[in-house]
Design a protein around this ligand. Structure first.
Ligand code: ZN
Ligand code: ZN
Length: 327
């Protein structure tokens, strides 16, 4: 049986595609990450990175796959109209994402491909498409039988691939953070999220002990604070700095931290500086680049004492009924 569990990055840029000589090292395509778990393919977001991935999946003759939308902003959906498997009649796409009603994701994809905006409608893409908006309390399971959405606390087979959701409000309109687990290994995908003062406690609990944490780190500290020449402050935009990503990784004691959703105006040198800033706080940090692959089975958890010595991490969390400010 094929037991490999790998992550591959196809698009790592935030907001809009950024081609050109200054972005060759990290790449200019918008968000798209592939997870291969044995014979199963899971895709996180459909930024322009999904376009080359689609060609690759067609070559591999992959016919069934899950596509998860973190949210429905342009940079996470704009590659979908060019996704080759959606044009293959016997392909089977299970598409999930957030939304106020079960039809929200479908409605937005239809709108993106309305007659006025794109020559092919969603309906005219011949692949079989099961498109559903799911709730935070639901769990997506892919086991020997099928792909299905269920409620928590179900009995699962050891080979089941399980996708859990944390609905974060740290991005305009909200965003889904996913935890994908298979055979005891986990990856958490936390893009488009801004750090809170004192950290996002729910995110720390959700990402606890994950082998890989993919976390938004769009802005440098100077940029975020409005001190970077030519850029205004981005506080409240719903994106993080490397330090915010590191705080979560250290507190959740994850394996690797992968900085993601790079600012499109940043050159390769600026993204490299983001990586260097992160390594000082959480040594097992790297900036995602197009084509980067991670074998989850080879990831080791950082064994330094950073998490224990981090003063933020040592902040006493108030037990139920009281808040830190009331003490
Ligand atoms: Zn985005
Ligand atoms: Zn967004």
């Amino acid at each position: 049986m094929n037991e490999e569990l790998k992550i591959k990055f196809w698009g790592v840029r935030g907001s809009y595609p950024a081609p050109g000589a200054e972005t060759i090292k990290y790449g200019g395509n918008t968000s798209c990450v592939e997870i291969r778990a044995g014979e199963r393919t899971i895709i996180l977001d459909a930024g322009t990175g999904i376009i080359p991935l689609g060609r690759e999946l067609a070559k591999r003759k992959s016919s069934e796959m899950i596509l998860l939308f973190s949210h429905l902003h342009h940079d996470h959906t704009q590659g979908f109209p060019f996704f080759v498997p959606a044009y293959i009649p016997n392909a089977n796409l299970h598409i999930f994402g957030p939304g106020g009603t079960p039809e929200t994701v479908k409605r937005v994809l239809e709108h993106n491909q309305s007659a006025e905006t794109f020559p092919v409608s969603l309906r005219d893409m011949p692949a079989m498409k099961d498109i559903q908006s799911v709730r935070e309390s639901q769990v997506i399971v892919w086991d020997e039988e099928n792909v299905r959405v269920t409620e928590s606390n179900i009995r699962l087979s050891p080979d089941a691939l399980v996708i859990r959701i944390y609905k974060s409000h740290a991005h305009p309109g909200g965003v889904y953070i996913y935890r994908i687990t298979w055979r005891g290994k986990s990856v958490v995908y936390a893009t488009d999220t801004e750090g809170y003062v004192g950290m996002d406690r729910k995110l720390i609990a959700f990402a606890r002990d994950a082998d890989v944490l993919i976390h938004d780190a769009q802005y440098s500290e100077e940029h975020y604070r409005g001190c970077l020449a030519g850029f205004s402050s981005t506080q409240g935009y719903g994106h993080s700095t490397p330090a915010m990503a590191c705080e979560i990784a250290a507190s959740a004691q994850t394996g690797e931290l992968i900085l993601f959703h790079h600012e499109p105006a940043y050159t390769d040198a600026m993204v490299a500086a983001q990586e260097a800033a992160a390594k000082k706080i959480f040594p097992a940090s790297r900036a995602a680049y197009e084509g980067m692959e991670i074998d989850l089975k080879a990831v080791r958890h950082f064994e330094g004492d950073l998490a224990r010595s981090n003063p933020i991490n040592n902040t006493k969390i108030a037990s139920s009924g009281s808040t830190p400010s009331s003490q």
